[in-house]
Design a protein around this ligand. Sequence first.
Ligand SMILES: NS(=O)(=O)c1cc(-c2ccccc2)cc(-c2ccccc2)c1
Ligand SMILES: [Zn+2]
Length: 263
Amino acid sequence: GGKWTYNGPDGEAHWSKHYPYCGGAFQSPIDFQPELLRYDPDLLPIQVYNYNLSSNEQLTLSNNGHSVQLSLPSHMHLSSLRHLYTAAQLHLHWGSPDILAGSEHTVNGRQFAAEMHVVHFNSGKYPNISIAADKSDGLAVLGVFIEVGEFNPAFDRFLKFVKGIRYRDQKVQVPAFNIQDLLPAQLDRYYRYDGSLTTPPCYPSVLWTVFSMPVTISLKQYKALATGLFSSQAQEFDPVPLLGNYRKPQLTDNRVVLVSFQE
Ligand SMILES: NS(=O)(=O)c1cc(-c2ccccc2)cc(-c2ccccc2)c1
Ligand SMILES: [Zn+2]
């Protein structure tokens, strides 16, 4: 789509000029404030299927100018939701090398170092993700908060390749691995609400599931993300670093956030 950025004249305050949904209702991310939360005992633990990919498979790791993205095969699913949702891609949002704050969702005002999104589409109802992307029940995204701490071998399965995708539109093939290893151990504790894509075109089409338990990556791994990538193309003169690629929390209006946990 058109050019949009996270700061400056094409920054998020201007997105709605070219992408009207960005100025609409049900926008994401949001801040999970205690007074918005309501415990729902019917929220089942998230069940993932076929996330344990074989290393014979290859995944495409790409720099799309706004994030680092890993393609996911269509035999990966989420099943514990009302519909069957098929995996499409995962990508990350992060801060800058010296400001370890770049998550999109926040918890009572607390911003984490980074956030991973695993994007799925409602394959029970729609033939592909492009058709599903703007339907109110089209997408389901898993959100994972990332803190800086212990080294994470699972994230290294793709972070060690970012040197090969420094510039926009560069892609490399990486051996597949168990994508569940990127998720937190507790898949039964999460925030659930109806929201949108956090990037243009901001379609209000996402059933959000954001796990309350963060995962960790090491400072070295975080810096690989926050210093290794550019949003400009290789041949462009002044390279534009790719960092701070997170949208600020949006108005919650009178949306309720369901939580699967009580304490
Ligand atoms: N942040 S997000 O999860 O809401 C998200 C979802 C999708 C998405 C992609 C395909 C179908 C449907 C939704 C794409 C992006 C995106 C990130 C970086 C650059 C451009 C787009 C981001
Ligand atoms: Zn995202």
